[in-house]
Write a protein of this length. Structure first.
Length: 114
């Protein structure tokens, strides 16, 4: 069972990126998911989460980022708009797939710079 994250890259301030995280290795579907990020020298912080009860966002990304889940393709997305240099970090997805709990993806680098 694994999560494969993709979609990171270099973008200018004010730009957009969409991260994807695909669950595989099981027929079980993602039931809960979250995106975290870790900047150099800092701790890993929760950015956004989604479950049957809805979505939650950190104050730093609220109104700019949107998390969504497509159960049909077992993929969680993070749409990131109005990106700022302080959004630069490695982004990690985390999810439960059925009874496979707390699975981590490998991380994808997002760099916001002019």
């Amino acid at each position: 069972v694994q999560l494969q994250a993709s979609g990171g890259g270099l973008v200018q301030p004010g730009g957009s990126l969409r991260l994807s995280c695909v669950g595989s290795g099981t027929v079980l579907k993602i039931s809960r998911a979250a995106w975290y990020r870790q900047a150099p020298g800092k701790q890993r912080d929760l950015v956004a989460s989604i479950n049957s009860g809805g979505t939650n966002y950190s104050d730093s990304v609220k109104g700019r980022f949107t998390i969504s889940l497509d159960v049909a393709v077992n993929t969680v997305y993070l749409q990131m708009d109005s990106l700022k240099p302080e959004d630069t970090a490695v982004y990690y997805c985390n999810a439960d797939l059925g009874w496979h709990f707390d699975i981590w993806g490998q991380g994808t680098q997002v760099t916001v710079s002019s």
